[in-house]
Design a protein around this ligand. Sequence first.
Ligand code: UDP
Length: 311
Amino acid sequence: MKVLLAGGSGFIGSHLAEELVKREYEVTVLDNLSSGLRDNLKSIRDKITFIRGDVTEFKTVEQFDYVINFASNASRKEWERYPVEIALTNSLGSRNLIEIALKSKALYIYASSSEVYGDPTVIPTPEDYKGAVSTTGSRSAYDEGKRFGDALTKAYEREHGLKNIIIRFFNTYGPRMRGDDFYGRVVDRFVKQAIKGEPLTIYGDGSQTRSFTYVSDAVKAITLLMEKGETGAVYNVGSDHEIEILELAKLIKKTLSSNSDFNFMPLPEHDPKRRAADISKIRKLGYVPKVDLETGIKNMGYYIKNTEVKK
Ligand code: UDP
């Protein structure tokens, strides 16, 4: 089976590429390396086709069984700095990949996000929650980009019969996540700060919540949906275990035996107050997340000590 995986050099994308190669899919990765890294694919370099290119311009006559769209910068700092690129990747880039999927009669899988729900009033949030999102706020290029990506997928389904599955990822963490000062994703950033003995940078009073999924569980969910997901359906992939950011910081300190202090900083604009996924829909397909937060933090600590901090 042939897969076109856009954004396959990124954090989740590269873990998915490895799993697909293991399952003997023929994988073509398309990535412009705007936030993904070539190194993320080093273990499968000789087993895949890598194309450096942008989803908004990519052309091909090749046929695929799956077109998977993970292309898009996804961190707060990126959507503040590159909002135009992010909005266009999810609109023009989505159109381009959908057209390729249609020509191949492929299953189009769109990596959407819990950001489409904005700052939700229903927790845990189910797939049919309509969202509380600012169309003009600092997160809007990403939030509305993903909402448009969802809408375009459904438009092509209605008008052209596009086979599709939309996956809404909640906060996912694990090795290769980029949490340095520019990217700033919370688990990676706190783990690095804890290892270096630097203060953990808590935004606001740390009472905002998130729910975290280890990347191997996210990949398991994606392959499950590729094989058993209902065509035309939307699935949350995340966790229903909600934790306050301050509690997360304390857990990371304890798990990694760190003496770091806390440094409380201003809360960024439109930071969602609570976030947890209702995953009953994917659970019905047999999905059971395996890696608890403590184990995931330990794994990340090990990975970071042995790679990035060493450099
Ligand atoms: N956060 C924090 N300190 C940091 C980075 C993030 O307190 O150094 C908080 C952030 O305000 C948010 C949560 O952690 O409430 C998750 O942030 P992240 O950027 O990882 O993901 P998102 O906001 O997209 O859920």
